[in-house]
Write a protein that binds this ligand. Structure first.
Ligand code: EPZ
Length: 429
C-alpha cells in the first residue's frame, strides 16, 4: 500500500496556521550538536521526515536523543563513539553532508556516504565543501561504494576561503569544520540565508565565536570546546511562503503565526505585485486575496533575493494570473520538472533552460499528478487546492520530508484535502 493526497479543489482558504521550525536550520543544527560536550536542548523542532532521519543518524552514532515534547528534543553527543555515521540513513538525506564538517571538526576525520536528497533534475555538487575542508588542512579521498573520506591528521587550521559560488551547504559545512579549528577562518562570498544565521547563533549560544553571519563575510574564531545549552530554531521561511502562495492561488485570507517578517519580504513583494494584500505584526502575517491575479516576473537568487525553494509554489498563482509571467531560475541548473505535471492540469507553460513563461489561464483542472520533489510536491498541493475538481498526488513521501502536517494544517483552514491509502499500481517512482 502507498499513500496519495486527494484534494477537492476550488475552495478559498480562511483561518490561521502556526508555522513550524525551519527544516533547513534544523537539519544543520542537529549535526552541529555533535560538536557539543553536554546536552543541547533544541526547541521548535519541526515534525518532518528529514529531521527525524537526521536525529536517527546522530542516535546511530551513539548520541542520546530524547524528546521532551513534540517540538523539543535533547541531544547529548558527549559520548558519541564512532566517526562513521550510518550509511543507509545518510544516503536518504542531502543534509547528511553536514556530518562531514561536524565530524571533521570534532575528530579530524569523517567518512560518509555521498549524500542523497531532493532530486529536482539537476546536478548537486559538493566541490565547494571539499575545497573548504582542504583549505583548512584536510585531505579528501573518494572510496569504493561512493564514500567520501576527509581527514586532517594534524588538525584543522583557520584560513580565508573564497566561495566561487554562493552556497548554503558549503557555508554551513565550513562554519562547522572551523568552529573547533585552530585560529580564524574567514568565509568570503558566504551565503546569507536565515538558516546560516540560525546555525551561527546556535553555535555561539554553545560557546563558539562566530561573527558576520547574515553578511557575505563570516569570521569563525576557533574555540577549544562547546558547552550544552538551550536553543530555539527559527520559523520556516519556506513553509510560511508556501501557505502565502496557496492563499494567493485559492483566494481567501490566511493568518500565519510564528513567522519572522523580514524573512518573508521577498515573497510578499511578489504577492503584492500579483494583487494580494499582506499585513504584518511582529510575528504574524496575514495574506488576503480577493481580486483577480496580475502577472509578474520572478528571478530566484541567493538570500535576500527570491528563494529558489519558493519557485514552484509561486508558479501556481502565476498560472492563473492575467497575461504572461516569466520565472527565471537563478540558483539551480534545472528546477522546472514539475511543469509537466501542471500541464496535465491545464496550465500553459513554456520552458527554455532556466526560464519558464507562464501564460495565465482562467482555471486549472484537477488531475492525477506526481510530487517529484519536496517543493514540486507543495506546488502540486497548491495547484490541487486552486483547481476545479479532484486532484490525486502520488509520491507524497517527498512532501513529508519537509512539511510538518501540511494536510492537517490545510484542513484546518477549509481545504478539502486528505491522505488515502491506495494499492500500489507499479510503474510510479
Ligand atoms: C540548500 O541546498 C537547501 N538545502 C536547498 O533547499 C536550497 O534549494 C539551496 O540551499 C539553495 O537555497 C538545505 O539547506 C538542506 P547550495 P544546498 O549549496 O546547500 C552550487 C529545499 O527544497 N554548488 O546553496 O545543497 C549548486 O549547484 C532544498 O528545502 C556548487 O557549485 O544548495 C547550486 O547551483 C532543496 N558546488 C548553488 O551552488 C557546491 O559544492 C547553490 O547550492 C555546492 C553548491
Amino acid at each position: 500500500m502507498s499513500k496519495k493526497i486527494m484534494i477537492q479543489g476550488g475552495k478559498p482558504l480562511n483561518g490561521e496556521i502556526n508555522i513550524s521550525g525551519a527544516k533547513n536550520a534544523a537539519v544543520a543544527i542537529i549535526p552541529a550538536a555533535i560538536l557539543v560536550d553536554g546536552v543541547c536542548r533544541l526547541e521548535n523542532i519541526p515534525n518532518i521526515v528529514d529531521v527525524m532521519v537526521q536525529l536517527d543518524i546522530v542516535k546511530g552514532m551513539g548520541a542520546g536523543v530524547r524528546f521532551l515534547n513534540p517540538t523539543t528534543v535533547e541531544i547529548d553527543a558527549t559520548h558519541i563513539g564512532t566517526d562513521e555515521p550510518p550509511y543507509e540513513l545518510m544516503r536518504k538525506l542531502r543534509a547528511s553532508y553536514y556530518l562531514m564538517g561536524a565530524l571533521l571538526s570534532r575528530y579530524h576525520k569523517a567518512e560518509v556516504a555521498m549524500p542523497g536528497g531532493c532530486n529536482f533534475g539537476g546536478v548537486r555538487p559538493i566541490d565547494l565543501h571539499i575545497k573548504g575542508f582542504e583549505a583548512l588542512g584536510a585531505v579528501t579521498s573518494i572510496k569504493e561504494g561512493g564514500f567520501v573520506c576527509v581527514e586532517a591528521e594534524n588538525g584543522l587550521i583557520g584560513k580565508t576561503i573564497f566561495l566561487d559560488v554562493v552556497s548554503v551547504g558549503a557555508t554551513m559545512n565550513i562554519m562547522l569544520a572551523a568552529t573547533l579549528a585552530e585560529g580564524t577562518t574567514t568565509i568570503e562570498n558566504a551565503a546569507k540565508e536565515p538558516h546560516i544565521v540560525d546555525l551561527a547563533n546556535f553555535l555561539n549560544a554553545m560557546g563558539a565565536d562566530i561573527c558576520g553571519a547574515g553578511t557575505d563575510v563570516i569570521k569563525i574564531h576557533g574555540v577549544e570546546k562547546l558547552h550544552g545549552g538551550t536553543y530555539s530554531i527559527i520559523p520556516d521561511q519556506i513553509e510560511a511562503g508556501t501557505y502565502m502562495a496557496a492563499v494567493a492561488a485559492t483566494g481567501g485570507s490566511l493568518t500565519l503565526n510564528n513567522i519572522i517578517p523580514k524573512h518573508l519580504e521577498c515573497i510578499s513583494t511578489k504577492l503584492i505585485e500579483m494583487g494580494a494584500e499582506v499585513e504584518y505584526t511582529d510575528d504574524t502575517v496575514r495574506v488576503t486575496r480577493t481580486d483577480p491575479l496580475h502577472k509578474t516576473n520572478i528571478k530566484t537568487l541567493p538570500y535576500p533575493g527570491f528563494p529558489t525553494d519558493m519557485q514552484p509554489q509561486m508558479a501556481i498563482p502565476l498560472c492563473l494570473a492575467d497575461g504572461a509571467s516569466v520565472i527565471t531560475e537563478g540558483v539551480w541548473d534545472s528546477r522546472f520538472r514539475y511543469v509537466d505535471e501542471l500541464r496535465k492540469m491545464g496550465a500553459d507553460v513554456h520552458v527554455d533552460g532556466k526560464v519558464a513563461v507562464f501564460n495565465g489561464v482562467p482555471k486549472l483542472m484537477g488531475a492525477p499528478v506526481t510530487a517529484y520533489d519536496l517543493r514540486a510536491g507543495a506546488a502540486m498541493i497548491i495547484a490541487g487546492l486552486a483547481a476545479q475538481g479532484e486532484t490525486a498526488i502520488s509520491d507524497t513521501r517527498h512532501i513529508e520530508r519537509g512539511y510538518d502536517d501540511i494536510v492537517g494544517k490545510l484542513q484546518s483552514v477549509g481545504a478539502q484535502i486528505e491522505y488515502v491509502e491506495v494499492a500500489d499500481e507499479g510503474g510510479e517512482n
